[in-house]
Ligand binder design. Structure first.
Ligand code: ATP
Ligand code: MG
Length: 232
């Protein structure tokens, strides 16, 4: 069973007197453990599409199944619990909470879901050391560099062991070297957890490392490199 399967997903937005079809009949099937990159020009619908896949937005029509369950049919509280269990998300801008320290930001998903910290302590230590954040934990986001903020956002997205990690331009604001470092980290965590990783990126060097590249073109999703997507 694929871990993520979308079928004929459509998302339209009203902009003044016209309707924009940001995602147009997107159908794709992603296997558990796959690393998929989504490329495409600005405004082509990449963020809209992964927001839908992660249950952060709802399509006008079509189905989105994660581990066989159609998230478009879930009630809000059911979806919220489902996301808390299976999905991690790194936003295009880090979206850290400005008045919380790095550590508090990282553990926010646990606080929100009322999970016991002890169970996640090993995990927390591992992420902090892998991400090189040990001496930055008590700092506020404004006291961190862009790359450090991005790493805090990644730790926050991974703290609850999500089976799928979505990342929207996780290296967009970073220089070449930091971008490669962040990707190496994502890939090493993925190898350890056998996670599925879906990254939106403008960076050809990052896309080149994916198992499969999907391309979004004016809302239409197609396979750029790789075999397994269904035709839309
Ligand atoms: N909330 C919204 N309301 C109205 N239109 C929206 C909304 N979100 C996205 N759009 C429109 O949908 C289209 C796709 O936007 P989206 O953000 O998905 O593009 P993108 O491929 O992620 O671009 P970028 O590479 O610049 O991040 C754009 O035309 C955008 O203006
Ligand atoms: Mg975007």
């Amino acid at each position: 069973m694929p871990i993520l399967e979308t079928n004929q997903v459509i998302r339209q937005f009203r902009q003044y007197d016209r309707v924009v079809t940001a995602v147009n009949r997107a159908s794709v099937s992603i296997e558990d453990g796959e690393f998929v990159a989504i490329i495409g020009s600005s405004g082509s619908g990449k963020s809209t599409f992964i927001n839908l896949c992660a249950g952060l937005d709802m399509p006008n029509s079509g189905s989105i199944r994660i581990q066989g369950q159609d998230i478009t049919q879930m009630k809000p509280d059911q979806l919220c619990a489902f996301r808390g269990k299976y999905i991690g998300f790194v936003f295009q801008s880090c979206r850290l909470v400005p008045y919380l320290t790095a550590l508090e930001n990282i553990t926010l998903p646990l606080t929100a879901a009322d999970r016991s910290f002890e169970r996640y302590e090993e995990r927390l230590k591992l992420l902090i050391s892998k991400l090189g954040l040990s001496d930055r934990l008590q700092h506020l986001p404004s006291e961190l560099s862009g790359g450090q903020q991005q790493r805090v956002a990644i730790a926050r997205a991974l703290i609850h062991y999500p089976q799928i990690l979505f990342a929207d331009e996780p290296t967009g604001n970073l220089d070449r070297e930091s971008a490669n470092e962040v990707l190496d980290l994502l890939l090493s965590v993925r190898a350890e957890l056998k996670q599925t990783l879906i990254i939106v990126t403008h960076d050809p060097q990052i896309a080149a490392r994916a198992d499969r590249i999907l391309r979004m073109d004016n809302g239409v999703l197609s396979v750029w490199r790789g075999e397994r997507a269904k035709s839309g």
